[in-house]
Design a protein around this ligand. Structure first.
Ligand SMILES: Cc1cc2nc3c(=O)[nH]c(=O)nc-3n(C[C@H](O)[C@H](O)[C@H](O)COP(=O)(O)O)c2cc1C
Length: 340
């Protein structure tokens, strides 16, 4: 239905989206990635008129040791990446300094920064959330907020640590940390970055886990602390040969670890399917009764053109994001997918 696509394409640029207390306008952003890693990159993203929000690279409390095995390869044709990155080498404290610097330099802007974080245990996550909340207090961030949290549950490249989003029951103590922080401060906007799921039970398990955080509020309504799901992260255990990429040298495989996270065009159908499935699951009356009907989806995965962004919207995402196109084109990527 081409006419519907064009109509929704128009809305892609004009409709602003509220995720709890942050406003994303236009509803286009970068997803967390290696190119949203430092102050300059984050500033460039923030100052682009085509981004409605900026997502930081995933931070841990102390930073992640990065070496030459952590890298990304781009396909020779089309828009595909395979990466072996873990988390950001910069600790969360750096991101808090940088976010403060960016927001202070743009005092009249309402554009939010989504701080992507992860931790291997709930106590560490708790201390990270606390320091983000301290920053929010410092800038008097409240019901019209400029800082949100995205919990990354889905990096496929961490040795001996499977993406927690594939095991929701084990993730629950960490989700409870976020829920507790939200119950103390309802203006805290929380999102979950999920891995690509490939069969029905994975979606059901994720929905059941999120539902378990719902509480009956004072006004008698069942509410859930999660404001958004970002679908999806890269598809792990993927392989490209050097001959398929722009990688130079005589190595056989595109990246030193051989296997890595696949993104860009080949991920697009799976990402669309994940967005579509979550959207359907959260639109049911049962989901609404369980307090999760309000959760919005940021569609990520193979958004490498304006048409792909429109497909994401048509599949059920209210906001669209990209990493691979951004890595290839720089901030021009957001003009490519967002321009009328
Ligand atoms: C080089 C690179 C680094 C990434 N680093 C992160 C990260 O730190 N945290 C995260 O949640 N996702 C990370 N991602 C995943 C992206 O946010 C995105 O989910 C994925 O690449 C699919 O989107 P795309 O097809 O537009 O690239 C990374 C992706 C790439 C290509």
């Amino acid at each position: 239905m081409m006419s519907e696509g064009i109509l929704i394409g128009f809305r892609l640029h004009t409709v602003m989206v509220l995720l709890n207390s942050i406003k994303i306008d236009p509803p286009i952003l970068n997803s967390s990635c290696a190119w949203s890693s430092d102050l300059q990159q984050l500033t460039d993203l923030y100052e682009s008129p085509y981004t409605g929000a900026v997502t930081t690279r995933t931070a841990t409390l102390h930073g992640f040791i990065e070496d030459a095995s952590h890298t990304v390869a781009f396909s020779a044709s089309g828009h595909t990446t395979l990466n072996s990155y873990g988390y950001s080498p910069h600790p969360l404290s750096k991101y808090l300094d940088w976010v403060l610097a960016i927001l202070s330099a743009h005092p009249t802007s309402t554009k939010p920064v989504i701080i992507s974080i992860t931790a291997s245990d709930p106590a560490t996550l708790d201390s990270m959330v606390l320091s983000i909340q301290t920053l929010r207090e410092k800038i008097s961030d409240g019901s019209s907020s400029r800082i949100a949290i995205e919990l990354n549950t889905s990096c496929p490249n961490i040795p001996n640590a499977s993406p927690s989003g594939y095991s929701f029951s084990a993730l629950l103590p960490s989700l409870q940390v976020l829920a507790d922080a939200h119950s103390k401060d309802l203006t805290l906007s929380i999102g979950l970055k999920l891995p690509p799921y490939v069969y029905k039970d994975q979606f059901s398990e994720a929905i059941a886990g999120i539902k378990s955080l719902s509480v009956l509020s004072d006004d008698g309504i069942v509410k859930n602390p999660v404001a958004f799901l970002t679908c999806t992260n890269t598809l792990g255990n993927s392989l490209l040969f050097s001959e398929q990429t722009m990688t130079t040298g005589d190595q056989i495989f595109a990246i030193p670890t051989t296997l890595g996270g696949l993104a860009g065009d080949p991920l697009h159908p799976l990402a669309l399917g994940n967005v579509f499935t979550f959207k359907n699951l959260m639109s049911s009356q049962e989901a609404k009764d369980a307090g999760i009907g309000h959760i919005k989806i940021i569609g990520v995965g193979g958004v490498t053109s304006r048409e792909a962004a429109i497909r994401m919207r048509n599949a059920g995402a209210l906001v669209v994001g990209c990493a691979t196109l951004f890595g290839k084109e720089g901030v021009r990527a957001f003009e490519i997918i967002g321009k009328e």
